[in-house]
Design a protein around this ligand. Structure first.
Ligand SMILES: C[S@@+](CC[C@H](N)C(=O)[O-])C[C@H]1O[C@@H](n2cnc3c(N)ncnc32)[C@H](O)[C@@H]1O
Ligand code: SF4
Length: 439
C-alpha cells in the first residue's frame, strides 16, 4: 500500500467548488416524523415488540460515559463514574434480555455498533460481558459486523484482545488529529506520537478491522497540518479512515474558546471545501478507496457496514441510555437521563421520545443511502423525475455528473453531500422548503 506523502500537491484543487452553497446543512434525522403522545408509548411499544424483526436489521448500543468533555464534541453526556458504570452494564444486559423474551423468533441483524460516549472506557471484562450478552440476546448474522467505538490509551491492545475474544470484529478510534498542541487545546490527553504508538502496537497484536476518525476544519488547521495527519494515519496500516468536517454545533465549548481567542479561528466553509478536496485527492493517490462521502478503506477487509446501512434507513434496535432506534415504522429514543434510565423497572423500556416515522421513510433512506455512496442510480432517477432540474443545475456547477444513466457526485458534491441530500430528499418527498434544520 502506498502512503499519503506530505509533499502531495499542496496546490489547492480547482474542483472544490467552495462557494456552491451558503451553508452545509443536513436533513434533520427525524424529518417528517410525527411525535406520539407519551400516554400511548407503552401500548405502541408492546405492538412493536410483537412485530417480526426484518432481515438485514441493525442494532445500536450506547455507552454514555466520557473521561472528559472534549471541547469540539456535542456527544458528551456523563462523566465517568465506576459505580454507575457497573450498574449501567447490569441494566443494559437486563434491557437486552427482557426485549429478547418479548420479541418473536426470527429476523436477522447484520451489523451491531457499540457507540458513545466512550465504550472503551468500560473495563475490558465488562465490555466483553456486554458483547457476549448482545450475541446471546440478539439474532446476529453469522458474519455480523460488531464495532466498538472509543479512545486509545496504553491498554488499548488488551481491551481489543478481550473484545475480539468475546466476538467484536471492528474497532473505531477517535484520533481527530495527531497535532499535539491542537490535541491539547481540544482536551485530549495523549500527544500525537503516543497515539500513533498505540495504533502501531494494536496493529502488531490484532487482526481485527481497525478504523480511525480524523477531523478537518479544526481551529488553525491548514492544508499542511491536514496532510501531515493523513501522512501519519496512512503509515499505520489501518483498514479504514473517517474524515469528518468539523461541525460547529451551537453551544460547543470550542466556540466560546474561539470567541475568547484561546483557540485560533475556524477555517471558513470555502477553506473546508478545499481541504476536503485536497484530502480526497491525497488518499486516492495513496491507493485508498472512498466507501462513502466521509469514509475511506485500504485493503479488502473494511466494509463500513453499519454506517452504510443506517444511512440507507434500515431498521435498528436501540439499547442503553441515549441510544436512538427505529423499527417497523416507529422511531424511539432510549431515556438519555442516566438516573431515570437506571431507575426504570427492567420490565419497561426506558424511553424519552417516540414518533411515527415519516410515511416517506423508505424513499428518504434510499436517497440518503445512495447519496452517501456518491451516486443516484437509474431506478431512483426514474422514480423521482422532480429531481432532474435541480440535478442539471448542479451539474453545471460541477457538483455532479450524469453518465451511464446514473448521477455521480464529484468530490465537491461529496463535500456538500449533507446539503445536497437535504435538498433532494425535500424535493422528492414534499414541496415544503421549511422542513429541514441547521446541522
Ligand atoms: C461520538 S464521537 C465518539 C468518539 C470517541 N469517544 C472519542 O473520544 O474519540 C465519534 C466521532 O465523532 C466525531 N465528532 C465529534 N464531534 C464532532 C464535531 N463537532 N464535528 C464533526 N465530527 C465530530 C469525532 O471524529 C469522533 O471521533
Ligand atoms: S469526543 Fe468522545 S470522549 Fe470526547 S466528549 Fe465526545 S464522545 Fe466524549
Amino acid at each position: 500500500m502506498r502512503h499519503v506523502e506530505l509533499s502531495a500537491s499542496l496546490l489547492l484543487p480547482s474542483d472544490a467548488q467552495p462557494a456552491a452553497f451558503a451553508r452545509r446543512q443536513a436533513l434533520m434525522p427525524m424529518w417528517g416524523a410525527q411525535p406520539i403522545a407519551e400516554a400511548d408509548w407503552a401500548a405502541i411499544w408492546q405492538a412493536q415488540q410483537a412485530a417480526p424483526l426484518a432481515t438485514g436489521s441493525l442494532a445500536y448500543i450506547h455507552i454514555p460515559f466520557c473521561a472528559n468533555h472534549c471541547v469540539f464534541c456535542g456527544f458528551y453526556r456523563n462523566g465517568w463514574q465506576e459505580m454507575q458504570a457497573s450498574r449501567f452494564v447490569e441494566r443494559l444486559i437486563a434491557e437486552l434480555a427482557h426485549e429478547a423474551s418479548q420479541r418473536p423468533a426470527g429476523g436477522r441483524i447484520d451489523a451491531l455498533y457499540f457507540g458513545g460516549g466512550t465504550p472503551t472506557l468500560l473495563p475490558p471484562a465488562e465490555l466483553a460481558r456486554l458483547i457476549e450478552a448482545a450475541r446471546r440476546y440478539l439474532p446476529l448474522a453469522d458474519d455480523c459486523e460488531i464495532t466498538i467505538e472509543g479512545r486509545l490509551n496504553a491498554e488499548s491492545a488488551t481491551l481489543v484482545a478481550a473484545c475480539t475474544e468475546a466476538g467484536a470484529t471492528r474497532f473505531s478510534f477517535g484520533v481527530q488529529t495527531f497535532d499535539t498542541p491542537l490535541r491539547r487545546r481540544m482536551g485530549r490527553k495523549h500527544d500525537g506520537e503516543q497515539i500513533a504508538g498505540f495504533l502501531r502496537e494494536l496493529r502488531r497484536q490484532s487482526a481485527a478491522t481497525l478504523v480511525v476518525d480524523l477531523m478537518f476544519g479544526l481551529p488553525g488547521q491548514d492544508e499542511g497540518s491536514l496532510l501531515a495527519d493523513l501522512a501519519i494515519a496512512t503509515t499505520l496500516d489501518m483498514d479504514g479512515l473517517d474524515l469528518y468536517a468539523f461541525n460547529a454545533y451551537p453551544g460547543l465549548p470550542m466556540l466560546r474558546m474561539i470567541e475568547k481567542k484561546a483557540l485560533d479561528p475556524l477555517p471558513g466553509l470555502p477553506e473546508q471545501a478545499q481541504h476536503y478536496a485536497l484530502a480526497v485527492n491525497a488518499l486516492r493517490d495513496g491507493g485508498w478507496r472512498q466507501l462513502s462521502n466521509s469514509h475511506f478503506a485500504s485493503g479488502g477487509k473494511e466494509l463500513n457496514r453499519y454506517n452504510a446501512l443506517i444511512k440507507a434507513g434500515r431498521d435498528c434496535l436501540a439499547f442503553g441510555s441515549g441510544a436512538g432506534g427505529k423499527q417497523a415504522g416507529v422511531s424511539y429514543q432510549v431515556q438519555g437521563d442516566l438516573a431515570a434510565y437506571l431507575a426504570t423497572p427492567v420490565t419497561e423500556k426506558p424511553m424519552s421520545h417516540m414518533a411515527w416515522q415519516s410515511p416517506q421513510h423508505a424513499t428518504i433512506g434510499q436517497l440518503q443511502g445512495a447519496l452517501d455512496q456518491g451516486e443516484l442510480g437509474a431506478e431512483l432517477l426514474a422514480e423521482h423525475p422532480v429531481l432532474l432540474p435541480r440535478l442539471t443545475e448542479w451539474q453545471a456547477k460541477s457538483l455532479l455528473q450524469f453518465a451511464n444513466g446514473k448521477v455521480s457526485l464529484t468530490t465537491a458534491g461529496r463535500f456538500w453531500g449533507p446539503t445536497i441530500t437535504r435538498e433532494l430528499v425535500m424535493l422528492a418527498t414534499t414541496n415544503l422548503d421549511t422542513a429541514g434544520a441547521t446541522q
